[in-house]
Design a protein. Sequence first.
Length: 318
Amino acid sequence: MKISLIVPCYNEENSLLLFYNELNNVSKDMSDYDFEMIFIDDGSSDKTLSILKDIAKDDSRVTYISFSKNFGKEAAMYAGFCNCTGDYAAVMDADMQDPPSLLPQMVDILKSGEYDSVATRRVSRKGEPRIRSFFANTFYKIMKKCSKVEIVSGARDFRLMRREMVDAIVSMCEGNRFSKGIFGWIGFKTYWLPFENVERVAGKSKWSFGKLFSYSLNGIFSFSSSPLKIPVYLGIILSLISFVPFGFMLYNAINYGFSMAINGVSDNLILFTLLLVGGLILLSIGIIGQYISRTYDEVKGRPHYIIAQTNKENVVKR
Ligand code: UDP
Ligand code: MG
């Protein structure tokens, strides 16, 4: 049995060696298994790539794939899935937030044959800024309401899965990738392993608030078309409301004559209505625009990533 570990790395020079050593120790305790470690250098500007080259020189299990620029964690994970050859595969953060020490337990659960994947879930968000937890929780609530795909709150991308599941992920070739949604969409039986949140050993999180915000919007737009109902409902509601002033006008015209029917509305009300309706129209166009721009991205069919250097033969490019 072979286990593939996929590790996206973006400017991880400070945590990479610690992580590799820990992984190495864990793999020694699991001598029944062969290991393959695929490190994806996602266009790092620090010493990440040279550290990876050093590691790969002394350890034949290590593959590195270096991107021509920063394509994002999703692209890095996809490159890993496309290039892994193990019977089992898992994605792990290079910062030890996905503890390698959980691996033996995960393998045991998978080996029992009852499950197709073992996924990890943080039971707390200890150590995370409050505002970030708040937005994360709100996102999961919205996602639950508007998408049929099950996305578990606190789920990490760290999950060990069987080959069948990896092949299913590789077959999902969309450009706007949202892995938590993809894992949920493809199905399979998943065992959820809870663990206490671990803070990264070194360096800083690569996710700014803006990046996370657009990533979560991507999640919603990629796995739900519910937002498209908003313009429809808004249209129905506003059309119905429009009958109220029309009714008043008709009433005045009948009782007091035509000239009374066309005056009597304050300028402020007209201005308010104009701005409100204008805003709602722009919102609706914006929502439709999100889907169109995503369709445009997909239609272009650009590669998910471009590889500048690797030590792997026959590397798969997508
Ligand atoms: N990462 C990446 N490309 C990016 C951003 C992050 O490959 O553009 C990697 C990063 O090196 C790490 C993992 O993805 O191994 C998760 O990133 P990070 O730890 O910054 O995210 P957090 O754990 O704070 O959500
Ligand atoms: Mg992390």
